[in-house]
Design a protein around this ligand. Sequence first.
Ligand SMILES: [Zn+2]
Ligand SMILES: [Zn+2]
Length: 245
Amino acid sequence: MKITADYHTHTIYSHGKGTIRENVEVALERGLKEIGICDHGPGHYMYGVKREKLFKMRKEVDKLNEEYKDKGIKVLLGVEANIIGYDGTIDVDDDIIDILDILLLGFHYGVLLNSINEYLLLNVLNPVSNIIPLFRDKLIKKNTNAIIKAIEKYPIDIITHPGDKARLDIKRIAEAAYERGIALEINAKHNQLSVENIKIALDTKVDFYINSDAHYPEDVGNVEEGFERAKKANVPINRIKNVED
Ligand SMILES: [Zn+2]
Ligand SMILES: [Zn+2]
């Protein structure tokens, strides 16, 4: 199994360590045909990309595509958007969505939500319930509903590390994602989807991507951990959209 594209990489525009060009160079060395530059959405108060910077990134990506067009690699501009409201609102508006090639969505701590209650729900109750089962079922339902509402509202392509940070009902997420042609990510850096959750998702018709979530250029295309979990869960190769034999 070999990956053909890595759609989840971070740069200095959020809290990655490399430039867009450095990520692209490594992707090229590793023989990838496409790379996604998907920094954290602007709603993350610690390391979200600044909204205005996305317009600059668009120009940078266009220039790189022009420069690299004969080398067989395509650079996509995306965002790893955050849920900022339990009604499914995300931190990327339509003007930004218009300039993106790809849109990722995932739960992250450290995001300012639309209300203090929602802030506490995500940033306090979720981590607590990951340790002790307090309110766990209620939270799973709320988190799952938020993702489903978001994918109904926005043109999401991939749900990143589903079940990491905020627990989810993977079966419901997988079914809703499949209905909208959205894939679930097997993230090499985070242990969700776990083998067990990949198996649950496999019982639906949803497809997968295996991405690095690289925060350093040298990690671009480094998805070994993801491969291992996919193999353990016996994911058929035709269900993973960015790999080949
Ligand atoms: Zn993430
Ligand atoms: Zn990420």
